[in-house]
Design a protein around this ligand. Structure first.
Ligand code: 8DG
Ligand code: CA
Ligand code: CA
Length: 339
């Protein structure tokens, strides 16, 4: 996952609140590991980013869905003092700062960052002198730490999409290739490139059988090899049967970009597309709604929950809209799935 930026532009009337909420969210994810708090702060930031007028008090903010007592108090504190004591404390805490810096490297999570800090490594510069402590993924992440933090312009992803589709269809024209993530939501720039591929011959039951006979696990490798041969893929962070994490470079004058490719079974493709299109907050809301309607939705399937709470057979899905319709959730175009 790329580093989260505040979900609003400078022009947003609540931009400053979104900034501090996003910073608090990052802190909870990277330093404390309180993922629930991370989600709460991100949700609040996304709600405020979508609010058309300036919020002038915590009480006013609290009326919005997703903003509770604690966040409304922080908004009051920020309005009254122009800052947050909690963030000030975090900025002055050496360990927190070191962990935030080290987790900028792809492949370094908070546990690894803490371990490195305990061993006396507290910056990227120091880490460069201790690469023997790192996995292959982390070494590549370190090499491109600055490149991977640069946003990717939409026009560049459009060009990468052309190369991907051409190269993959050249292997077999029945492959289907979809770039998901923020790109599919129509964003002007993205943190990374999230690609899904499928093939009509590969259904989930077939893959389960193939797994036993080990016939399908060369497919993604073949795809990655073709993308290396055409010069697009330049690094592999990890490569399994269904997931490739790596990097690509469109031309030598451009930064190296993070690229993920997932090979998904044909019958699960739309649930995957929905999941990987996001946003993560949209997914969270839609899944909560599905549960209220007695369904469980994930990146593979939509399944009804029986009275005992045990998921039944997957609902047959032939389009993304089928998923919305099956649970009675109003359909939203990808561009409207921000928060
Ligand atoms: P960005 O890369 O431009 O920053 O934004 P993004 O494309 O929306 O985010 P992403 O981190 O690349 O994730 C792609 C989609 O995957 C996201 O929109 C929704 C889905 N997703 C979740 N939860 C999570 C999660 O915890 N980690 C990751 N990597 N993806 C997630 O719903
Ligand atoms: Ca991604
Ligand atoms: Ca992305």
């Amino acid at each position: 996952m790329s580093k989260r930026k505040a979900p609003s532009e400078e022009s947003n009337p609540n931009h400053d609140f979104c900034e501090f909420l996003t910073e608090l969210a990052e802190y909870e994810k990277n330093v404390t590991g309180h993922i629930h708090k991370y989600k709460v702060y991100r949700k609040a930031a996304s709600v405020l980013a979508a609010h058309p007028t300036r919020i002038t008090s915590g009480a006013e903010a609290k009326k919005l869905q997703g903003i509770g007592d604690k966040i409304s108090k922080k908004i009051d504190e920020f309005l009254q003092t122009g800052k947050l004591q909690k963030l000030d404390n975090i900025h002055h805490d050496k360990e927190s700062q070191a962990i935030q810096e080290l987790t900028r490297v792809s492949g370094i999570g908070r546990a690894k960052a803490k371990k490195l800090y305990e061993e006396g490594i507290s910056s990227i510069e120091e880490l460069k002198k201790h690469t023997n402590q790192l996995t292959h993924h982390q070494i590549v992440g370190l090499k491109y730490v600055n490149d991977f933090e640069q946003k990717i312009p939409r026009e560049e992803i459009e060009k990468i999409e052309k190369v991907l589709v051409k190269t993959i269809k050249n292997l077999d024209k029945e492959y289907d290739v979809t770039i998901c993530g923020s790109y599919r939501r129509g964003k002007a720039c993205s943190g990374d490139i999230d690609v899904l591929i499928t093939h009509p011959h590969y259904k989930s039951d077939r893959i389960d059988k193939d797994k036993k006979s080990k016939t399908h696990n060369h497919i993604l490798k073949e795809v990655v090899e073709a993308l290396e041969n055409c010069g697009l893929v330049t690094e592999t962070l990890s490569l399994g049967d269904s997931k490739f994490m790596g990097a690509c470079q469109l031309s030598a004058d451009l930064p190296t970009r993070r690229l993920d490719i997932r090979f998904q079974p044909y019958d699960q493709y739309y649930c995957s597309i929905l999941h990987f299109t996001g946003s993560d907050i949209f997914n969270q809301d839609m899944r909560a709604f599905a549960l209220e309607q007695g369904f469980t939705l994930n990146e593979y399937t939509l399944r009804p929950l029986g009275s005992t709470g045990v998921p039944g057979e997957p609902v047959e899905i032939c389009s993304e809209k089928d998923i919305f319709d099956s649970i009675g959730y109003p359909y939203k175009e990808p561009k409207d799935r921000e928060g």
